[in-house]
Ligand binder design. Structure first.
Ligand code: NAP
Length: 307
C-alpha cells in the first residue's frame, strides 16, 4: 500500500509517499481502508523534529485523524467489515499512520462515523474534538460562567466554542475580524479580535476577567492575564504553559484514546452540534503539497488527504 512518511527531519518537503507492506490487524485490532485523513499541526511537529530526531528508524508515518471503512478484523473483534468509522490514531510516532491507504488500529481508537456524513468531513473530528472536549472537562464551569477561547476559529477552538455552548457557558471568542460571524453562529457571546490587547479586550465585556480560558492558540501569559483572580487556565501545549499568578490554576491537557468520548463526539457531529470543516482536499499522491499548504497556515478548516 501507499503511505505518507518522513525519513529525515526537515520541512514539508521531507514528506514522501512510498510503498510499504500492507499492515495486518492483531488481537483486538482492525484494519481500516482509509477514505480520508486530516492534516494537523502535530504532523508538522513530526517532520519538524519536535518529537526528536529519527535515528534508527527507516521511516515514520504521519497522521492522527482518519475516517474509513473496516476492511479486516483481528481476533476478538466483533465489529463487521464494511462499518464506517472515525479513528483517532493517537501514537504520534510510528512507521505507518493515518495518512495511508490502510491503517491498523485498536478498538480503543475508533468510533462509528457520524451517519450520513461525508467521510472527508468526518476525518476532521477525532483529534481536535477530543482535545476540545478534554480541555473543557478541566474547566469546571457552570451555566452563565464566562470562558475565553483563544484561536477560536481554529480546529480545537471551533469545537471548543460549540461544546462550551452546550454547557450554557458565555463565551468570549478570539479570532481574526473575518471569523466573527462564524464564531457568533457557533455560539460565541462576545468576539475579540486577535489584533487587540487580549486582556483589555476581554475585560471590556467581562470587567473582572473570565472564569476560565481554553488557550487553543497557545498564547500563554497574555491569555492568562484575561482570567479573573482564582480562575482556571487550560493550555493544549505543554511547552508554552505560563507561570500561575493571582491564584489562577494552570492546567495542560493532552488528548489520548477514549472510545466512549469519541463515540459521543461523533454523535454530536451527527446531530449537528459539532461542525467539521474541510478547507481543501488533496490526493494522497500529493501529500508533500498538502503538508506545504499546512505549513503556510491561515486556513479555516482542515486539509484532508484522500487516498
Ligand atoms: N494537547 C493536545 O492533545 C493537542 C491536540 C491537538 C492540537 N493541539 C495543539 O492545539 C493548538 C491548536 O491546534 P489547531 O489544530 O486548532 O490549530 P489551528 O487550526 O491552526 O488553529 C489555531 C488557531 O490559533 C490562531 N492563532 C495562531 N497564532 C495566534 C496568535 N498569535 N494570536 C491569536 N490567534 C492565533 C490561528 O489563527 P490564524 O489561522 O488566523 O493564524 C488559528 O485560528 C496547536 O498548538 C496544536 O499543536 C494539542
Amino acid at each position: 500500500m501507499r503511505a505518507a512518511v518522513v525519513r529525515k527531519i526537515g520541512g514539508p518537503e521531507a514528506v514522501e509517499v512510498v510503498e510499504v507492506p500492507l499492515p495486518e490487524p492483531g488481537p483486538f485490532e482492525v484494519r481500516v481502508k482509509v477514505a480520508a485523513a486530516a492534516l494537523n499541526p502535530a504532523d508538522a511537529a513530526v517532520w519538524g523534529g519536535f518529537f526528536g530526531p529519527m535515528e534508527g528508524v527507516e521511516y515514520t508515518g504521519l497522521g492522527l485523524d482518519a475516517a474509513g471503512v473496516i476492511d479486516a478484523v483481528g481476533p476478538g473483534v466483533l465489529l463487521k467489515t464494511g462499518t464506517p468509522v472515525i479513528v483517532f490514531d493517537a501514537p504520534v510516532v510510528r512507521p505507518t499512520k493515518a495518512q495511508a491507504e490502510y491503517l491498523v488500529t485498536d478498538l480503543n481508537s475508533l468510533a462509528p462515523a457520524p451517519e450520513g456524513m461525508d467521510l472527508t468531513l468526518a476525518a476532521t473530528i477525532p483529534l481536535n474534538a477530543m482535545t476540545a472536549s478534554l480541555a473543557l472537562d478541566h474547566l469546571p464551569l457552570r451555566p452563565r460562567d464566562t470562558l475565553l477561547v483563544t484561536g477560536a476559529a481554529g480546529a480545537v477552538g471551533g469545537y471548543a466554542v460549540e461544546l462550551a455552548r452546550t454547557r450554557g457557558v458565555r463565551i468570549v471568542a478570539q479570532g481574526r475580524p473575518e471569523d466573527e460571524e462564524f464564531l457568533r453562529d457557533r455560539g460565541a457571546t462576545w468576539f475579540v479580535s486577535r489584533d487587540e490587547e487580549l486582556s483589555a479586550a476581554v475585560r471590556r465585556f467581562v470587567p473582572g476577567g473570565v472564569d476560565g480560558v481554553l488557550d487553543a492558540a497557545a498564547l500563554g501569559a497574555p491569555a492568562l492575564a484575561a482570567v479573573r483572580d482564582g480562575g482556571i487556565f487550560v493550555s493544549v501545549r505543554l511547552d508554552v504553559l505560563p507561570d500561575p499568578e493571582r491564584g489562577v490554576v494552570v492546567r495542560h491537557t493532552f488528548a489520548g484514546p477514549e472510545p466512549t468520548r469519541l463515540a459521543y463526539l461523533s454523535a454530536l457531529a451527527e446531530v449537528g452540534v459539532l461542525t467539521p470543516r474541510v478547507a481543501r482536499t488533496y490526493p494522497l499522491s500529493q501529500a508533500t503539497e498538502a503538508h506545504t499548504q499546512l505549513a503556510r497556515g491561515g486556513l479555516r478548516g482542515r486539509i484532508v488527504l484522500v487516498p
